[in-house]
Design a protein around this ligand. Sequence first.
Ligand SMILES: C[S@@+](CC[C@H](N)C(=O)[O-])C[C@H]1O[C@@H](n2cnc3c(N)ncnc32)[C@H](O)[C@@H]1O
Length: 234
Amino acid sequence: MTDFVSLPFYDLLHENGHVPGIREKLPPLLTGVRRSILEIGAGTGLITTSLADWTPAEIFALEPSAGMRGVLLSRLTARPELLKRVTVLPCDALSVDLAEPIEAMVMINVMYALEPDYRRRLWPVLAAHLEPGGLLVFTWRDGGPPAPRPLEELESRQVGRHTYTVLSEILESEGEACRARYLYRITDGDRVVDEEEIVGHAYRPVRETIEGELTGAGFVRADAPDGLLAWRLA
Ligand SMILES: C[S@@+](CC[C@H](N)C(=O)[O-])C[C@H]1O[C@@H](n2cnc3c(N)ncnc32)[C@H](O)[C@@H]1O
């Protein structure tokens, strides 16, 4: 499991990464949502607790990784008033099973991890669990996958005497997929305390592809700010 390499770095590097932008752009899209939200790929809960702060809705935080769920549950434990309102679903998105139709679904920085065939099978499953007119919002960057490039530093944070750094390299890029290498490095001055590597695929479909898939599954495009796409079930 690559999770155990990247997990200790997750909150450190993402709290300052995509999260501030999402916390600014997402709340207006959720105006009026009161009953239920499914968060797909909730990760460590960086967005989950914000969803609970922005809306009175019951939240279903779906997260397949046990490591990520551990941090998410820790975060919820620190907010005991949320423990009655947030249910953590230990499964992947295609296996979602809910008793009632959901009012809104949110998927932040997850799509890159979904293989194209998995993603195509996912939209009808989400449509089946969404109420008529229900909202689906996800993060979006157009233009296909990045071109191959050498190793570069993505982000670095100080923790006591140690520096936590993530570096990435794009090894190859073809169609909507790229193969990337990540280095998770902990240093104490010039001394490397620990360094581990992950190599994996990421997927970035172009806009026409995603529009075709979602329209085919019964969704209609709604307005959203840059960096997000919003759809409503027809
Ligand atoms: C980059 S993290 C984003 C976490 C969180 N949404 C955030 O913005 O901080 C991607 C998450 O998607 C989850 N994920 C990957 N494949 C998934 C799948 N098939 N179904 C649901 N979640 C998935 C991973 O376990 C991981 O927690």
